[in-house]
Design a protein around this ligand. Structure first.
Ligand SMILES: [Zn+2]
Length: 74
């Protein structure tokens, strides 16, 4: 029940601010995530197990190891 509420909340939040999103490694600029879905940097960091796949630097959202920016899709 709790899970369902959480999910529907985040889905409506996505619809409200639909914008392509890009998450880069601050160290080497490697694109860690790119797409229409809003992802939290924490999710992306978790996906890569906390380490940049390219430069092997430790990723941490708290220390701004990644940057999140909107981008124009062509
Ligand atoms: Zn990197």
């Amino acid at each position: 029940m709790m899970k369902f509420i959480k999910r529907s909340f985040s889905m409506s939040w996505c619809r409200g601010r639909h914008m392509p999103q890009k998450i880069n490694c601050r160290e080497c600029g490697e694109v860690l995530y790119e797409g229409d879905l809003l992802k939290s940097p924490q999710d992306v960091i978790k996906k890569f197990e906390g380490v940049c796949p390219k430069c092997k630097k430790e990723l941490s959202f708290m220390t701004n190891a990644v940057k999140v920016q909107p981008f124009e899709s062509k």
